[in-house]
Structure formats: C-alpha cells, structure tokens
Design a protein around this ligand. Structure first.
Ligand SMILES: Cc1cc2nc3c(=O)[nH]c(=O)nc-3n(C[C@H](O)[C@H](O)[C@H](O)COP(=O)(O)O)c2cc1C
Ligand code: SF4
Length: 722
C-alpha cells in the first residue's frame, strides 16, 4: 500500500509541516531535574523521534499553576513535571537544547501547556493538610472522600496569565507553537465542562470562557500568527459508557455532549485556535482517552475527529483537525486521512514502541515496525511507581541517553534457551552486537506465553507484535542467527559448547490442591489456551479461578467469543489489582456488559460475567464448586474508580474481616485455573552448579514471572552487556 496522504506536507497556522504525522503528548514525568529543567534523558528521547521522521513533536503536559494547584508540586517545592512557567532562565536552558536538537531533522515542536490537574491530581497533598482545588466543589478521583474546593475567579485569571507567560517563554525557547491540555478531565477540562463546573456566579460560570481567555492571552503574548492547538474531549461520554442509572448516580447526570463540544470548538476557533486535537472520555472512563489493547483500531476516530471535520466543513471553518487513538497500523492511519476524517494523525504509544515508525512506513518497511501491545505497563505504570516513560516492547525508550547498542569487541558464542519475548530480544540484541547466537526453542514457534495470549481476539495487538518478531528473526537468520525449533535443552546439550548461556525458558504452573478436584473437569489456563480454548459441548457453566489479568481476559473471552455462562472467583478485594487503570477499567466495563472491543454498546455481553471477589474456592463435587465469599466484598464492577499505589496510605480504606465469610455453591461444568506460575529456574541453577559456561544468566519469566516489560528489559540488559 502506498502511504501518500501520510507524507503530504501541510501546515498548522503558519507552521509548515513535512508530513501529517504528529507525536501525541506523552507525559515527560521525571525527565526533568527537580527544578523542572529538561535533562538529557528528555532531550535525547525527543531527538530520537525527530530522527525517526515525525513531522510535529508535542511535549507531554507542562503544568503552570504552581502555588494554586497543590497537586502539581511535591515536597520542598520540587516537581516531577518539566516546568516553563515564571521567569526562570535556569529552566529555559534545557528547553532551548531540546528545541535546537530536534529541528535539524526537519521536525517542528510544540509544548503542551496545562492549567493543572485539579481533582485528578494526587490526593497526597490533602492528606498532608493542603487544600485542593477544582472548578467547583468536587471529589478527588483517587480518594473520593478528599474534597476539592472551588477556585476563585481571581485565581483562575491568574492561571490564564501564567499560561500566557509560559507560552511567551516557550516561544523564546524555540518552540513552534502551543498545544493546550484541555481534555481527559484535567483542570482545564474541569473549568470548561458540565460534570465539574457548576459555578453559578462570575466570569467562569460560562463554561467556554476559560478556554477562550487562555487562547486570547497566548495570542496577545506571542502574536496572532503563533500557532495554537487545543486538545479536548469532544464529549466525556459518561452516559454512553455507563447508561442512564449509573450516569445519574455517579456523575450527577452531567457531561459535555458532542453538540456542545462542537459549539465550544467554534468559539475557540473564533478566539484564535488553529487546530483541534480531539478524543473522547475522561479519567472516569479512562479507557477512551487511553484506549488499551482490547479496543479495535481507530475505535472512535470517525465518530469524534470525523464529526468535528464535518462540522468545520459545513460551517466553512478552516481550522485543522487531528485524529488520535490506536492509529498504530499504517493502513489505518492512511485510511483516516483518505476518508477525510482528519488533516493529521497523532501517534502516542506507537512512537514510544518505535520512534522510526514514520521512516519505516515511508520506506515501505512497515513489517519492521515494532508495534505497541497496548498494555500500558512500561509507559503509564512506570509513572505510578515513580518512573519516567518507558516501553514494554522497546527497551531504549526513555533510556536514549544511556542505553546504546554497540558492536562487541570480543565476539562470543551465545546459547539462548527459550524463544519467548525475553529469548527473542536477547537473540536479536546479541546478534546485532556481532555475537554468534543460537536460539533453542522446545516448540515449533517463537513467542512463548505471548502466542497463547494472542489466541484471544482481544489480544490482536499482541499478534501484530509477534508478526514483527517473526519478521525480524527471519531477516537475522539470513545473516547467520541460528534458531533450533523442537529442541528441549538439558545440561548435556550445551555444557562447555558456549561462552554465554542465557536461560529464558519461562515459567511452570501447578494446579492448586483443592478438595474434590478429581471430581470435576478442569484445565490450567495456559494449557487451555494452547488447545485453542476448546470447551466440551456439554459444558455450559464455566468457572474461572483467578481474578488477575489472565483470569479476567479468559472469562471475558469465553463469554464474548463463545457465549458461555461464566463465573469468575478471585481472592483479592479487587479484580486485576496489578493492572493499569485504563486496561482494568475497560475489562471491568466489558465484563459488566456495558461495553465491547468495538466500543459499541450493541456488541456488549448480554449476560455479564458473574464475579465473586474476595472469595476462594474450597471444594468441588460433580458439576458444583463451593466458595467462601467475604460478606463485605465490594461491587467488583467499578470501572470509574482507580486503585491507589500501595505506598500511599488511604485513611478511608476499610479492611475486610477475613473471617466474615458466607458459603456459596455454584454450578460449574468446567473449571479453568488462572492462578499464576513460578519461575522455571532449574536449568539455570543446574548450569551454574556445573559451570556449564563462563557466563550464565537467567531472564524473563524463568527468573521472575512478570510482564513483557520485565522480560524484554532484563533480556536486553544482559545482551547489551555480554
Ligand atoms: C504514557 C502516556 C502518557 C500520556 N501523557 C499525556 C499527556 O501528558 N498529555 C496528554 O494530553 N495526553 C497524554 N497521553 C495521551 C496520549 O497523548 C494519546 O492521546 C493516547 O495515548 C492515545 O493515543 P495512542 O493510541 O496513539 O497512544 C498519554 C498517554 C500515555 C500512554
Ligand atoms: S508500554 Fe505498552 S502500551 Fe505503552 S507504549 Fe509500550 S507497548 Fe505500548
């Protein structure tokens, strides 16, 4: 396929762009020093994306409301955000290096300015005595018992001025334009829309006013020809997401409708906005603005960007429209432009996974693109745990300043045991460094556990990622990398034959010892997936044991793809406690029968998955399972709520009494156990014991069962350094 539209030139305001590919704002958390000055980490990260051919880069959010919104600062006046507010020249030096670094590659760069976080900021400052703020009286998103008080008009006007000053600083530092952070339920969205702005008096009771004032202030400070992109959710889509009852109960029945969103865009255009970047949803249905792996490609582009484009066409408004959300497949991105749904496509995670996406598409090397798997484990989860942006499938993302792939000056013979993601990453990296690599795999294919996950339709992103691994390995085989399939390796096969052995042979699973297990049909989850999820014809009621990600994915898949009655039992208070908000929320939303991978309500489960959280299975008899379920267990389906990190003390959290349980008996024709596994490290320790090679390592699940992020990063670390 030719990708002509993607590589057409265009412009936003007076800013000329070499193609229609824009990098989405992805928070540069912890990429600046504690004063807010961008560090080399951030500069090199953007330069890499400029080298990769992106037409327009946009930074992650840069809040400006210091001293007003307490959630953007940490203790001692430090912050994990980059800063450009105020009159500091110290910080500007980092920004100048950044803009100067990307421009030689032909990329333009805008900065994303943010009014702050408001109710979606961390509740921690309130727990330490600070008063939190929002547009009106609102609850904190993470701990609803923590209130946010309304900002005064005076304070809001001050934020407008701060945004103007920051824009002037950005222009001075070499930025080509401003991108405004008006979406997703952050403070700018809180001030401009119905769910959170219930002000009855003053200038800002008009919900469009704050946006308009900010745009005018920026144009006043930077000149009418200095381009501004405004980012907003065309609708928060709360009613559509949850239905009338929950919408009224949880959200007071208020939201920005699409019609209001269109009117707001017209008003903003009249105030001077040059382009609009539109998505859907907010924190309370975070799976829309952060569409996880489970969604189809471009899940709401037609309905959101396409609708705005139609509105502009009908009203002769020349402002540009930018489409965003799961556009990582080049064919899909090109189609969006060809269909006239938008003028530009914006890529966030696809450019974290592969900064060279634009160059590879342009040079017809699309098969070489390393695709995002939509897990959010490297990018978002890292923020939550105090890190910076990184990526599960690209170990160099966020480490451009430190990790380099250089040829080894001492060529070694390297054996890698197991061709899961860790083994493949180790093999590719070691081969590229010049080592002589043999990859042993006990089955007839590469991918390990990921091949099993990819059997579920909701894991289509993983299948695409595996296609890329296969392609890369095939190319490297022609360059001399050896892969031996159907080869189970014991110590005698490799002892004394290699300089380096890397064990990446995965995990092992056990069946839990539950009374009466022999009286019921059962399977371990991975074994079940391996056999293509075959369910005997006479099985109608399926019990999935295990409330983690795999358990929920299998439960939903059986209900969705096979139309079975599914019950899930999980020990923890919450389902998928280890997962990222967007992914967890979407899965709960789909399991409760409110949503679907297509995003359409009509495709939702007619019969939701029945869930017993804070419960355990204690015995089986023929066709039955006996559970002990905690009487005070919470509603398992609360997609509008996040789980706060373990290190934050929530004084309002109620502990469950483990002895307050009830006995429940349910029907079960088939039981699937998705209860995790243990590292298969026997080979590693045996090789170590017998000194089978000079260097012996263990990576991925064989060392510590985890996620793709750990597997890829541990394998890359070793292979880059042997
Ligand atoms: C790790 C991460 C950080 C993000 N940070 C921001 C941000 O700072 N500002 C913003 O407006 N959107 C942010 N987003 C949303 C993205 O800009 C983008 O809209 C979203 O990822 C969907 O696009 P994609 O499917 O191309 O990734 C972030 C997304 C991710 C994954
Ligand atoms: S961490 Fe996962 S979701 Fe985030 S960019 Fe990488 S592959 Fe995509």
């Amino acid at each position: 396929m030719a990708f002509e539209k993607l590589f057409e030139q265009d412009h936003i305001g007076d800013c000329k762009l070499k193609n229609r590919i824009i990098m989405a704002p992805v928070g540069n958390i912890n990429m600046a020093d504690p004063s807010g000055r961008p560090m080399n980490k951030m500069i090199d990260y953007f330069i890499e994306r400029a080298k990769g051919g992106t037409g327009l880069l946009i930074t992650g959010l840069v809040p400006v409301s210091y001293g007003i919104d307490p959630t953007i600062s940490e203790e001692n006046g430090t912050t994990y955000f980059p800063r450009i507010d105020g009159s500091s020249r110290t910080r500007l030096s980092g920004w100048r290096d950044l803009t100067a670094g990307v421009k030689p590659y032909g990329s333009k760069i805008f900065i994303q300015l943010s009014a702050g976080l408001g109710r979606v900021g961390s509740p921690e400052p309130a727990l330490k005595g600070k008063i939190l703020r929002s547009s009106s009286w609102n609850s904190n998103f993470y701990i609803p018992q923590v209130p946010h008080l309304p900002l005064s008009d005076r304070k809001i006007k001050k934020i407008v001025k701060m945004l103007g000053q920051s824009a002037a600083n950005a222009k001075l530092s070499g930025f080509d334009g401003i991108h405004l952070h008006g979406h997703e339920g952050y403070l700018m969205d809180q001030l401009t829309s119905a769910p959170w702005n219930r002000r009855r008096f003053g200038r800002y009771k008009n919900k469009f006013q704050f946006g308009i004032d900010v745009v005018r202030e920026i144009k006043k400070r930077c000149g009418e020809d200095f381009p501004v992109i405004y980012r907003l959710d065309l609708t928060q889509a709360l009613q559509e997401s949850y239905g009338e009852t929950i919408f009224k109960k949880q959200f007071r029945g208020k939201e920005r409708t699409i019609e209001e969103g269109l009117r707001f865009c017209t008003a903003l255009y009249e105030a001077g906005v040059d382009a609009f970047d539109v998505d859907k949803g907010c924190y309370d249905n975070w799976f829309w603005p952060h569409p996880p792996s489970y969604f189809d490609d471009a899940v709401y582009v037609r309905e959101i960007a396409g609708r705005l484009k139609d509105h502009f066409r009908e009203n002769d408004i020349p402002a540009k429209v930018i489409a965003v959300g799961k556009l990582g497949k080049p064919e899909v991105a090109e189609e969006v432009l060809k269909n006239g749904w938008a003028d530009f496509v914006m890529l966030g995670r696809p450019l974290l996974a592969d900064p060279y996406w634009p160059a590879k598409v342009k040079e017809n090397r699309s098969l070489e693109i390393i695709h995002c798997i939509g897990d959010h484990e490297g990018c978002i989860e890292s923020f939550k745990k105090g890190g910076h942006p990184c990526c599960s499938v690209n170990p160099y993302t966020g480490f451009e300043d430190t990790k380099r792939l250089v040829r080894s000056d001492k060529i070694k013979k390297v054996a890698i045991v197991g061709a899961g993601p860790a083994g493949c990453e180790a093999a590719i990296t070691a081969h590229k460094r010049g080592h002589h690599v043999t990859l042993f795999e006990k089955t007839d294919r590469i991918g390990g556990q990921l091949c099993l996950a990819a059997k579920m339709a909701i894991k289509h992103d993983v299948e695409r990622y595996l296609d890329n691994f296969r392609h890369r390995l095939t190319i490297l085989q022609s360059e001399g990398l050896k892969i031996e399939f159907n080869k189970t390796i014991g110590m005698d096969d490799i002892k004394d034959s290699f300089d380096v052995i890397i064990c990446s042979n995965g995990l092992k699973t056990d069946m839990p010892a539950i009374k009466g297990l022999d009286r019921i049909r059962h399977a371990e989850a991975r074994e079940f997936l391996q056999k293509d999820m075959q369910v005997p014809e006479d099985c109608e009621n399926i019990l999935v044991v295990g409330g983690g990600t795999l358990g929920c994915e299998i439960a939903y898949t059986l209900a969705y793809e096979k139309g079975l009655n599914v019950t899930l039992v999980g020990r923890n208070k919450e389902l998928m406690p280890e997962s990222v908000l967007a992914n967890r929320a979407q899965m709960l939303w789909m399991m409760m029968g409110r949503g679907s991978p297509s995003g359409k309500r009509a495709d939702s489960l007619k019969k939701p998955v029945m869930v017993y959280n804070a419960s355990k299975v204690v015995a089986f008899t023929e066709g039955k399972a006996r559970l002990l379920a905690n009487r005070n267990r919470k509603d398992p389906f609360t997609p509008w709520r996040d789980l706060i990190p373990e290190n934050v003390n929530n004084p309002f959290e109620k502990k469950l009494d483990p002895d307050n349980v009830e006995e429940i008996t349910i029907d079960a024709d088939l039981v699937i156990f998705a209860v995790g596994g243990q590292a298969d490290d026997t080979l590693y320790y045996t090789l170590l014991e017998s000194k089978a090679a000079k260097e012996i390592y263990c990576v991925g699940d064989a060392s510590n069962p985890g996620r793709v992020w750990e597997a890829i990063n541990s394998a890359n670390e070793i292979a880059r350094n042997i």
